[in-house]
Design a protein around this ligand. Sequence first.
Ligand SMILES: [Zn+2]
Length: 920
Amino acid sequence: MTADDLTATGPAADGPGIILVPHTHWDREWYEPHEVFRLRLVHVLDDVITRLETDPEFRFTLDGQTAAIEDYLQIRPEMRERVTALVRAGRLAIGPFLILLDEFCCDGETIVRNLELGIERAERLGGAMGVGYLPDMFGHTAQMPQILRGFGIEHAALWRGVPAAVTEHAFTWRAPDGSAVRTEYLFDGYGSALDLFAPGRLAELATAYREETRSWYGDDPVLGMFGTDHMAPPPELMDTVRAHNQAAAAAGAPTIQVATLADYLTSSEGAGPVVTGELRSHARGNLLPGVFSIRTNLKAAMARAELTLTQAERLAALYSSEDHRSFFDLAWYRVVECTAHDSITGCGVDATADQVAARLDNAAQIGRAVTERVLGRLAAEVPSDAYLLANTLPWARPVQAEIVVPGDGDTSPGQVLAALPEALGEETMTSPELVKILRRIHGRELFGQQVNGYTWGEGSLAFTVGEVARGSFDLAALTAEIEAAAGADPQGEQQWLVTTTAEPRRRVIVTAEVPALGHVSVRPGSGADETADTARVSATPLSVTGDRASAVVATDGTLTVTGPDGTTLTGVGRLVDSGDRGDSYNYGPLVHAPLLDRPTSVHTEVLADGPVRAAVEVTRRYDLPLGVDAEDRDRRVEKTEELAVRMVAEVRAGEPFVRLRLSLVNTVADHRLRLHVPVAGRVEHSFGAGQFDVTRRGRTAEGGWGEFPLPTFPATSFVSAGKAHVLLRKLTEYEVVDGPDGDELALTLLRAVGMMSVNVHPLRDEPAGSEIPVPGAQYLGTEVVTDLAVLPAAGGWERAEVARWAEHFRHEALVVRGRAPAGGELPGPAAGPELTGPAVLSSLRSVADGGADRLEARLVSMSAAEQDVRLTAPGASPGPGASQGSAGSGWQVTDLRGQPTGADVRSPLRAGEVRTLRAG
Ligand SMILES: [Zn+2]
């Protein structure tokens, strides 16, 4: 039996009428946590595997995600060989994804890692299905065709998001760079054939279905997807099909062949109409766009894990000879697990959300551990009165870092943020109790500082500690003195006042120019850091003024923000609150509830006043209704509670934008809070960046079915409209709305509801799940922090280099204190590959390639046109003396699997192109 043997169930001479694909759709966690669903999975697969082995005509498609079979084999390791035999025979189709992700709730690099892990693990079990099966996710990102092609996958199959213009069962789905996959449109969902199997009516219903769907299929065989969530096909399925086929010819009914999805697609021909870019139409299926704003802390945790891991990979590849790839594999597995379309989306129960958060934290911890190890080894060469600053971006740039330095008054180098407390400890002890002090001292560390001396006085023992160890400290001598004091006073009649005093120290900001993907050492106060002598940046209680951007606070707490080209946006940061009677899937507006945007009080305070960083905190308080009225869900209750929102507006020397940090602890239920940014005029389009694309979107979305097409959209890296460009650090939901003076970007800071899905929803006909309470999604008492930055500029995002600034905003410099003896010579700077041209670096890591370790880099075009983009070769000095002409000659262009494509590394980067390079 081979994979392409489609004659098993005996079709009529003119070919099968219906190709039936038995499968199950396995949401790995959702309205139950993972382990509950896994127990069901193991029993379902025990049954499916037995039937595959006993009935040679049976086929099964395991949902396009390798994690399902991995989860099974963790519990049934003894089944590995039997599973592998079925996969090899083409009868059990697994992969290619590790997880059926939500394509918008993670970044492009994570989608690549998803396929990489899924295919690698499927190949260990006999091979991956060569179909990008995306049955249930809530819309599809623009670059998915290019990503699939990069893994050699030519087919996709999907349901939601396809525009109404597609009226055939297959279409050509094209990415922004022009690469395309033939896409099977599951217009009837992934359970299209279930209804045909009503008892005793298969011939009749199959005949009717063949005719009903003729406008879609023409003379092509009909694809009958036979499966639903968390279920195995019924045991009599194959007998029913065989009995049907024996009588089909006589009854004039279409014959039915049982196959895998791969069998059906690879035997299909014709590519149908072309659809370019993202699939976010509500025309024939729900997109459930409210998932982008629910449980926003999960989205922050995803972004943090992705950033921490990609940074750690860069540092480990360039600056460590140790092999941490197994740690990265584990961490990426955790991240990818969380991308599932009922996981990171936040539309599961609270237990699911808790586990997603824990896994993401776990992945970020692995990234942090590697980073600390790599930087710690570099810091071993740096004196302890100096710091190592690392830049994880592929271009040289000035960075700011907060450090703690000794000194007071005018002796502190850099911009002083705060003097730190000097009295760290004061307590009274008897003589025998003094020994406790010895237990607190580790080496010479006490209260996180270094012991630099101690003095005995009349009834007192006073320690002096400092940031940097100076002179010697003899723990043995102290031990002897304390034991002598205790021995002289065994009854404890003497009282000792024990104090620990820190030498004066301050938290300061130092700035330094750091090479591309490199690091420098800085000794504060030595003149090596580049903190400006002259005030370039300043603050008053009502303004922050930088050298390129500034903000003025109005009486209502909103900001007037001015950018480097003089573009001014007025009313930035207005907060608009509305009731939400919806659920985790969809925002639900109220008929009788006005929008609330007037604070009851506004308070401002200067947090930093230059010369390199200025920040003002604006605290606004609002009286908000406690929740939606249970009696009339179109009203909010009258009783209110105060909600305080702190907004720190900050400018840094050299930066063309104003940073905003919004923080709040939620106090009321059933509401959506959005931050508005005026765009200075009227706009027809917005641009949302994420998943390797800057996606242009209109003011409306296509509807036509049971869900109102609310034009709220996702953005991960930045969003632009008109003259407003907002840099982001996590997936953020946005909408372009009418404002009092022109259009505004409305960015959701918080959406709080209490039900997973509600049956009666003002914007959606059909429930998205069961009515299960999810009190955790109300975020009551939960802190939400949102970092973003506003860059006003005319001429569009590309001209203002918004993509590069978004990277700068996301990648803060990493800083670590030196570990060598204080006072030594500073090591010189180091640099990695340098990128020039309008592109960003998605990944740089060490990969195993044919037994050798190679450096791999992935660049993503950030231009609507073809552009020259160069990444200098690894090891080449990107300094002023380096020859850009020969840059890049050390790289080879590969596909996403690492196979050389033969393309010239010097060829221009196409608009929308994702290019992978391997060194050597
Ligand atoms: Zn699903």
